[in-house]
Write a protein that binds this ligand. Structure first.
Ligand SMILES: NC(=O)c1ccc[n+]([C@@H]2O[C@H](COP(=O)([O-])OP(=O)(O)OC[C@H]3O[C@@H](n4cnc5c(N)ncnc54)[C@H](O)[C@@H]3O)[C@@H](O)[C@H]2O)c1
Ligand SMILES: O=c1ccn([C@@H]2O[C@H](COP(=O)(O)OP(=O)(O)O[C@H]3O[C@H](CO)[C@@H](O)[C@H](O)[C@H]3O)[C@@H](O)[C@H]2O)c(=O)[nH]1
Length: 351
């Protein structure tokens, strides 16, 4: 199972939602992992729980570094003391609404942070990167399922940072062909580790559907606002491609293995989704079934900027990465509920 030579991976944003789940899988696969995170949207308790999940032996292969990618010196310090075989780059801000009100914060954090990272990687001759992109780069897709070669467009400053960063990656790799870069376009990551020990813990009132439903289920919010019930979909609510965060984590392992194995990979994008669309109302029903809790809903107008229906074509990832999502909506809701039920206040002890 483990990689033959112990490869050392730098994981930026490794204390966050997708980062923690991926770090668990990386350690189990035999990789050595160094996290850099400024804890802007995460807590150290999440990393402690990763250690608890993988046990004392594998924990020895995990190192946490408090640092900010906007500060080149923080990245430099890490590269100066050890060699990295590749970087998985999760660190970034991701709240669409906040990015509209404060675009400079998003450009500074996501763009400057990533450019600093590339500069330092180049300096230390580490030229393999897995980057967290997003289905947001498809904008309002004209056709579904979304294929990787569709035209790309951004709908807001957050989306623009992902689009720019994809373009930056393509330019760098074109100019310096020794770079190998995988751009992973996540659809809607949900669920949690099956242990219920790690999961998503957004600060403040959640913007995204599943964390919001979860907070209704545990009594932190009174009801769910369903944004849009007049879409031309099966039940009038919007359709998305929800993907279990553990499937997503495994997608990163597959991408990493491809990077190491394929010198010709260049810079390439892969969708990570299930290829299935689920409506908001279907998701509510699935969560009610998994949790045994009633989720009161209020039908509201559409949320501005939302697409009607988005889901992935998974063909390229299946064919070239040998990766396919294993879990369906039932397991996503089961694991999300297990996390919520055991940690109603997330990583906080109590409010
Ligand atoms: N969760 C989603 O719905 C989703 C969908 C598509 C793409 N993505 C992308 O995936 C990545 C990970 O998302 P997530 O859901 O795990 O988010 P998250 O906020 O839970 O994790 C991001 C981590 O990066 C850290 N971070 C942010 N800026 C940093 C900086 N300048 N220096 C160091 N650390 C920094 C945060 O503290 C946090 O721990 C992000 O780039 C996000 O844009 C997420
Ligand atoms: O309280 C809520 C929250 C959401 N929704 C609806 O649920 C659907 C899904 O919304 P959400 O969970 O916010 O996901 P998206 O808007 O699809 O965007 C997510 O998925 C994109 C693609 O991965 C990422 O780029 C974004 O960062 C991430 O927020 C949409 O129709 C929303 O209008 C509600 O009805 N009520």
């Amino acid at each position: 199972m483990g990689s033959s030579v112990e490869q050392n991976i730098l994981v930026t944003g490794g204390a966050g939602f997708i980062g923690t789940h991926t770090v668990v899988q990386l350690l189990k696969e035999g990789f050595k992992v160094s996290i850099i995170d400024n804890l802007d949207n995460s807590v150290i308790e999440a990393v402690d729980r990763v250690r608890e999940l993988v046990g004392p032996d594998l924990s020895k292969k995990l190192e946490f570094n408090l640092g900010d990618l906007r500060n080149k010196g923080d990245i430099e310090k890490l590269f100066a003391k050890q060699r990295f075989d590749a970087v998985i780059h999760f660190a970034g801000l991701k709240a669409v609404g906040e990015s509209v009100g404060n675009p400079r914060r998003y450009f500074d954090n996501n763009l400057v942070g990533t450019i600093n990272l590339y500069e330092t990687m180049a300096k230390y001759n580490c030229k393999k990167m897995v980057f967290s992109s997003s289905a947001t780069v498809y904008g309002q897709p004209e056709k579904i399922p979304c294929m990787e070669d569709f035209e790309l467009k951004a709908m807001n400053p957050y989306g623009r940072t992902k689009l720019f960063l994809e373009e930056i990656a393509r330019d760098i790799q074109k100019a310096e062909p020794e770079w190998r870069i995988v751009l992973l376009r996540y659809f809607n990551p949900v669920g949690a580790h099956e242990s219920g020990r790690i999961g998503e813990d957004p600060k403040g009132i959640p913007n995204n559907l599943m964390p919001y439903i979860q907070q209704v289920a545990v009594g932190r919010q009174p009801e769910l606002n369903v944004y849009g019930h007049d879409y031309p979909t099966k039940d009038g609510s919007a359709v998305r491609d929800y993907i279990h965060v553990m499937d997503l984590a495994d997608g990163h392992i597959a991408a990493l293995k491809k990077l190491f194995a394929d010198p010709e990979i260049g810079c390439i994008a892969y969708n990570l989704g299930t290829g299935r669309g689920t409506s908001v109302l279907e998701m509510v029903a699935a969560f009610e079934k998994a949790s045994g809790k009633k989720i009161p809903i209020k039908l509201c107008g559409r949320r501005s900027g939302d697409a009607t229906a988005v889901y992935a074509s998974t063909e390229r990832a299946e064919k070239e990465l040998g990766w396919k999502a294993k879990y369906g909506v039932e397991e996503m809701c089961r694991d999300q509920w297990n996390w919520a039920n055991n940690n109603p206040w997330g990583y906080q002890k109590k409010l």
